[in-house]
Design a protein around this ligand. Structure first.
Ligand code: NAP
Length: 472
């Protein structure tokens, strides 16, 4: 596929290969953009911002609405692209394609709803005969930088609200998974988006990231990815608006009154979907000592039943990780935990990029599999004595994106909701659940700013205050 820069589809001799992680076959190639391409895109985007700012809310709604309809019609084609480039099973590829429709549809609705508000200036001692209101205006040029694990829906969470708010966008998809993001750009243009509204650059983030994020013409950066890259972008960005959606090592607390069958089913789903490569994957299960042994007995067969294989075959439940190096990393971390005294209760074998879903029992909080973001198909299980220790263990992390608790006790549930340091809290489900319309974002090192169209459009706009100084 090609890049879309300065209103044209462009190719380059220098290319990146996009591979299917299951068999390492080349699916396609994309241009390897460089700093000169970034400069071309930025110069064009400055003009593009003026074109986009002139579109009415109705016009922006119409474009996004049409794009959503077109995406829905092409669900199977898009689902296949996602699954092939990322490695997620085809059901999840189709699911992501459907969610992306909702994200663009929700963004379309926001294009009609953006508004300022009147400000009661006469409440100020000097406010007599003043009339004040706010206006929301687009930021201008938005740089949207996306990770590999939801290569379409997370792109839509940036591009949708940015366009709804009247910005122009420079999209930088992840190098491992650029194809579905480029497909979105094709669809948006076909749906009537002015060519000034969007550009897409593929290429190594290490090469084109700095010149893009440091440039003063970019007024807003929306980044989803690792803490390491997020911190670098924040240092480089200078004075501009930034949203950071970063990683985590999400905890799930299992209280003694929990229905263990339900918990085990939830762990099998929320710990291993997309081969565990989800920022809100259940990573650290904290189970009450009163039910610890029983819980492990129920969990083991549920995880062992997750068959691995070719992500495009309907029967596969867990596909390959995005690349073999990632599966090797997970294997090394699990082996390290076992060498430090943890017990491998299930899974753990590796074949290429496929790592068999693993349960690491008796994990200690100081082990790397607990401390860092594992981002792979393995969960740890650690016992606790009471709710206070459970919450302390859950909060013993530099991250704070999502967390869950299983209990029928309202007091415990509320204590968890109040005291657990995470942006998204789930009672009687694992941390991995998201409706695309809800405010979504982390605390602590998991970032700042919220996604979800109605929240993201606020972050994609600036607020102006207007004051009329009247005579009477
Ligand atoms: P990553 O390595 O941080 O890369 C994310 C994006 O940043 C890619 O497009 C990457 O390009 C680009 N990039 C790399 N270096 C850059 C630089 N110096 N300047 C600007 N951009 C640069 O993350 P990933 O491995 O793709 O994704 C996994 C991470 O994303 C995990 O930590 C996960 O938790 C997090 N995540 C968070 C959320 C959330 O909503 N909080 C959702 C999903 C994922 P290249 O691909 O070319 O390197």
């Amino acid at each position: 596929m090609k890049n879309f820069i300065a209103g044209s589809w462009v190719d380059k001799a220098n290319k990146l290969e996009v591979r299917n992680p299951f068999d390492n076959s080349i699916i396609d190639t994309v241009p390897r953009a460089d700093a000169a391409d970034v400069e071309t895109a930025l110069a064009f985007a400055e003009r593009g911002a003026k074109v986009m700012a002139k579109l009415t809310g109705y016009e922006r709604w119409k474009i996004l609405r049409k794009a959503a309809d077109m995406m829905a019609e092409r669900n199977e084609e898009i689902g296949q692209i996602i699954s092939r480039e990322e490695g997620k099973i085809i059901a999840e590829g189709r699911g992501e394609a459907s969610r992306a429709v909702e994200t663009i549809m929700g963004s379309a609705e926001e294009a009609k709803r953006l508004h300022g508000e009147t400000v009661p200036l006469d409440g100020d001692p000097g406010g007599k005969n003043k009339l004040g209101f706010t206006l929301r205006v687009p930021c201008g040029v938005v740089a949207a930088i996306a990770p590999f694990n939801f290569p379409l829906n997370l792109v839509c969470h940036k591009v949708g609200p940015a366009l709804a708010a009247g910005n122009t966008v420079i999209l930088k998809p992840a190098s491992d998974t650029p194809l579905s993001g480029i497909k979105l750009v094709e669809i948006l243009l076909e749906a009537g988006l002015p060519p000034e509204g969007i550009q897409v650059l593929t290429g190594s983030g290490g090469e084109i990231g700095d010149p893009l994020v440091a440039d003063k013409r970019v007024r807003k950066i929306s980044f989803t990815g690792s803490v390491e890259i997020g911190e670098r972008i924040c240092r480089m960005a200078g004075i501009k608006k930034v949203t950071m959606e970063l990683g985590s090592n999400c905890p799930l607390i299992v209280m003694p009154d929990a229905d263990l069958d339900k918990v085990a089913a939830a762990v099998a789903m929320t710990g291993f979907a997309n081969a565990g490569q989800v920022c809100i994957s259940t990573q650290r299960v904290l189970a009450s000592g009163k039910v610890y042994g029983d819980f492990l007995n129920v969990l083991k067969p549920k995880v062992e039943a997750l068959s691995t294989g070719n992500q495009l075959e309907e029967k596969t439940k867990v596909g390959p990780m995005v690349k073999e190096a990632e599966a090797m990393r997970v294997e090394a971390w699990v082996n390290e935990a076992v060498s430090q005294g943890a017990r491998l209760l299930a899974g753990g074998g590796r074949c290429g990029a496929i790592y068999a879903p693993a349960v690491i029992a008796d994990a200690k909080p100081q082990m790397r599999v607990c401390r860092e973001e594992l981002f792979g198909p393995a969960v740890t299980v650690t016992p606790f004595a009471d709710i206070d220790e459970a919450i302390a263990l859950a909060n013993d992390s530099t991250f704070g994106l999502g967390a869950g608790i299983f209990t029928e006790n309202v007091e415990w549930a509320m204590k968890f909701a109040r005291q657990c340091e995470a942006g998204n809290l789930h009672i009687n489900w694992g941390p991995q659940w998201r409706a695309d319309l809800m405010p979504y974002g982390g605390l602590k090192n998991s970032g700042y700013g919220k996604e979800g169209p109605s929240y993201a459009v606020q972050e994609m706009t600036e607020l102006k205050m207007v004051v009329f100084h009247l005579n009477s």
